[in-house]
Design a protein around this ligand. Structure first.
Ligand SMILES: NC(=O)c1ccc[n+]([C@@H]2O[C@H](COP(=O)([O-])OP(=O)(O)OC[C@H]3O[C@@H](n4cnc5c(N)ncnc54)[C@H](O)[C@@H]3O)[C@@H](O)[C@H]2O)c1
Length: 231
């Protein structure tokens, strides 16, 4: 049974991605700050760990890895509090970069010793890495870092046969976005006239990692925004 590590598995796109792998018969190590992932499935192992803590992440992943190792890593956990040059604080800076960038590195490094040729990694960036969203000063910068890390890691890991790609979603119907109350308004300005569902983004994690369709796609970050953002 192939195994995927999915971070942010308790909510939104991480949750949908964990379900997607489980439906396809994969085993899932679901990483989040809570062990309550809202999914009851025998092939799911919740790993409650803060991805900012590198040693704890390494120990948690090592404790959950089955004999066959890890076939895919979906780095989805992320935070997106608004910041501007007037409102940012050191705490916000640390939180955004430590979760979105450092946390992604911690999980990737912890998983790598258990990965072999043919396995793949997907990093979640955002359209905010490519275009300017008002009030997302530090978030956009952190996701631009994820795009570049994806390219660097692709180059570093290609000799080992491990591919690394990114997904940059636009508006997605997640609990965080629903809470803003701005989704219906946002949908009006998206050329396809709607926001994305988490499950359709999860399908792209599958395409890039498990489907066998993306064996020559490496170092790319795919924008999925309903034509809201083109680059
Ligand atoms: N929602 C969107 O429209 C949207 C758009 C573009 C990009 N993204 C990115 O996609 C990813 C998923 O977004 P979402 O809206 O589905 O997320 P979400 O807010 O619904 O869920 C994120 C999950 O990550 C977990 N998490 C946060 N910090 C953590 C930490 N330090 N250690 C472990 N787990 C932690 C949270 O507990 C939560 O369960 C994020 O990286 C986000 O930046 C989201």
């Amino acid at each position: 049974m192939p195994t995927a590590v999915v971070t942010g598995a308790a909510s939104g796109m991480g949750h949908a991605t964990a379900e997607m792998y489980l439906v396809r018969g994969w085993q899932v190590l679901g990483v989040d700050v809570t062990a309550d992932l809202g999914i009851d499935h025998p092939a799911l192992t919740p790993l409650a760990v803060d991805i900012r803590d590198g040693d704890a992440v390494t120990a948690a992943i090592a404790s959950g890895v089955p004999e066959g190792g890890i076939d895919a890593v979906a780095n989805i956990a992320g935070v997106y509090p608004p910041t501007t040059i007037e409102t940012y604080t050191e705490d916000l800076y640390r939180r955004i970069f430590d979760v979105n960038v450092f946390g992604l590195l911690n999980v990737t490094r912890a998983a790598l010793p258990h990965m072999s040729a043919g396995s793949a990694i997907v990093n979640f960036a955002s359209v905010d890495a490519f275009t300017v969203s008002p009030g997302q000063l530090l978030y956009g910068a952190s996701k631009a870092a994820v795009v570049m890390l994806t390219k660097e890691l692709a180059l570093e890991l290609a000799p080992r046969g491990i591919r690394v790609n990114g997904i940059a979603p636009g508006w997605v119907d997640t609990p965080g976005n629903a809470a803003t109350g701005r989704m219906a308004e946002a949908a009006k300005s998206i050329p396809l006239g709607r926001v994305a569902q988490p499950a359709e983004i999860a399908e792209w994690v599958w395409i890039l990692t498990g489907s066998g369709a993306a064996g020559f796609v490496d170092g790319e970050t795919i924008v999925i925004s309903g034509a809201d953002v083109m680059r």
